[in-house]
Each structure stands twice: as structure tokens, then as C-alpha cells.
Design a protein around this ligand. Structure first.
Ligand SMILES: [Ca+2]
Length: 307
């Protein structure tokens, strides 16, 4: 059986490292590379932590590329600084050297090249803003045919967003951060014909990171990956934390855990609702993860990280 070709594009939040760690455990996936989009992070530590995770998990042959795109509405620095913490976790610093290669080409150029060179269409696993994808599509429209689908953590369809009004004055609270960072790029991807399967806040709101689950990771911390995952979650447990990127990524491992639902949508690119993924009749068709078998998902990640 040939493997499913996947290119990961994450944006350096705590959740993104965990999603990458989950993806690397999937035997049916061939990961072609990891692009780091400089959104929910400071990009230097985010790239460094990503490479160290690939080293730790025995995948140092997979290249990492730093995207140099820019967003419109920066993530709060309090979120972004977690990238420094993860990069300094002891388990990621047992060696003085990093073996995983950081490419000299930009993440967007790398994306174009990987897609062009791939022997078959590739799934893009995106757990940050869609800016790198949009820039790659603008640079090389021919790559659209090489994208099998985009699985994306982003958007809020029929629930409030997570861009809070008191943090972002003038906004109405309807936007989800990955869209809000750069709504214009999300709208650019919406203009394409690519199949989009999104994991919106509508679903992630129902799948919290619980204290019990983090403690279970601790109970299996003789496995380095469970140890690392537990440390990452311990860092964010005081916040209301959900399985965002990890829940989206687990779809590649077990799509049968999920029910999808089609919606017609548009991306609002300006004004107080900028960054909103609005359900509108006649809009761009997307598939959203609508329901998930939560217990099966929790059991799956515990099992995958037991290594
Ligand atoms: Ca992310």
C-alpha cells in the first residue's frame, strides 16, 4: 500500500508541536516536510523546537523550512512566547547539536517545490493561518492540482470566535485566530477549487484538554513522547485549553472517528468581523468536522504517544 503524502504547515504554538508529534506516529503517512509559518510563535525558537522534535522522534531526515510570510493582525505575545519555553524543555536539549536540516529556501518556496516534485497529490495539514498556502498558490498556481486536500484547524461557523473583544478593540468577537491573523489569505484559499476539511471551534469547544488526561500522560512518562506531551500540556493547563491542532491532525489517522458536514461559507476580510468564517447560502462549499468520538480520540492520542 502506498503511503499518504502529507506536508505539514504549522505556526509554532504549543498545540502545533503536539500535532506534529501525532502526525509523526502515523505509519500510513509519509511526511514530506514541515513548514513553520511565523504566526502563533516567535519563529526562531519555533523552528528550533520543531527540528528538535523531529530529532527526538527519529525523523531527522525530514526537512524543515521557515516561511517568511507576514500576517495582518499579530497573535498576542503571551501566546507566542510559549515557543521559547518549548524550545528550552530539557527533553529537547539532551544533545548540543540538531540533526534535522533547516532549509535555506523559504517555507513558501519549499511548499511549491515539494508539491511540484511529488509523485502524487499531497494532503496539506495546516494548523496555523493559511498565508503560506495562499502565497505559494499565487507564486505557482499550477500547484493547486497537486494538492489533494487541505485539512485545516481554523474558523468558527456557528459559535463565537476566539479573538476576544477586549484584546482586539473594534472587533466583534466572531473571528477565529488562524483566520484573523490574515483573513485575505484565507479568502485567497477559499477562491481555489481545493477540497477543504476544516476543524472549527464549533467542534474543538467540545474537546477540552482535561487534567485527568494530562495526568495519564504522566503515568506513561517512561515513554519520551508522552513525557514531552505532558510537559507541553502542563504549560498551558491553567488556560482554557482545547484539542485544536491535535484534533484536526488526528483526522488523518482516523477519519472514521469524525462526522463531516458541508457548509457554504465566506471569509470576511475587513471591518469588525474581519476573520469571520461566515455561513452564507451560495458561499464556498467546505467540509467541517461536525462530531467526533471523543473517547476514541483521547484513547488514540494516549496510545500514539506511548513511544
Ligand atoms: Ca496553530
Amino acid at each position: 500500500m502506498s503511503k499518504q503524502l502529507v506536508l505539514m504547515d504549522h505556526d509554532g504554538g504549543v498545540d502545533d508541536y503536539l500535532a506534529t508529534m501525532l502526525l509523526l506516529t502515523m505509519d500510513h503517512v509519509e511526511l514530506l516536510g514541515v513548514v513553520v509559518t511565523p504566526a502563533d510563535c516567535y519563529v526562531q525558537p519555533a523552528v528550533s523546537a520543531t527540528r528538535k522534535i523531529l530529532d527526538l522522534m527519529g525523523f531527522s531526515h525530514i526537512p524543515v523550512a521557515e516561511s517568511t510570510v507576514r500576517g495582518i493582525n499579530p497573535f498576542p505575545y503571551l501566546y507566542r512566547r510559549d515557543s521559547f519555553v518549548v524550545d528550552h524543555l530539557p527533553i529537547l536539549n539532551q544533545s548540543e547539536t540538531i540533526n534535522t536540516q533547516l532549509l535555506s529556501e523559504s517555507g513558501q518556496d519549499f511548499m511549491v517545490r515539494v508539491l511540484r516534485e511529488a509523485p502524487a497529490p499531497v494532503t496539506l495539514m495546516v494548523t496555523g493561518p493559511l498565508t503560506t498556502v495562499a502565497v505559494a498558490l499565487d507564486k505557482a498556481p499550477d500547484i493547486e492540482a497537486k494538492i489533494q486536500k487541505i485539512v485545516w484547524m481554523g474558523g468558527a461557523l456557528n459559535v463565537p470566535g476566539n479573538v476576544e473583544k477586549n484584546w482586539e478593540p473594534g472587533q466583534d468577537g466572531s473571528a477565529e485566530w488562524n483566520v484573523y491573523w490574515d483573513p485575505i489569505s484565507a479568502a485567497r484559499v477559499w477562491e481555489s477549487q481545493i477540497e477543504i476539511i476544516m476543524c472549527p471551534l464549533d467542534l474543538t469547544n467540545n474537546v477540552p484538554v482535561t487534567s485527568e488526561l494530562v495526568q495519564k500522560m504522566g503515568q506513561q512518562r517512561n515513554y519520551p513522547i508522552s513525557d514531552l506531551a505532558g510537559q507541553c500540556y502542563a504549560l498551558v493547563i491553567p488556560q482554557d485549553y482545547y484539542f485544536w491542532d491535535v484534533l484536526a491532525t488526528a483526522y488523518l489517522g482516523h477519519p472514521e472517528f469524525y462526522q463531516l458536514r458541508e457548509w457554504e461559507t465566506e471569509i470576511i476580510t475587513n471591518g469588525p468581523s474581519q476573520g469571520r468564517t461566515k455561513v452564507v447560502s451560495g458561499g464556498r462549499k467546505i467540509l467541517a468536522m461536525d462530531k467526533v468520538d471523543k473517547e476514541a480520540f483521547y484513547a488514540y492520542i494516549l496510545q500514539q504517544w506511548a513511544r
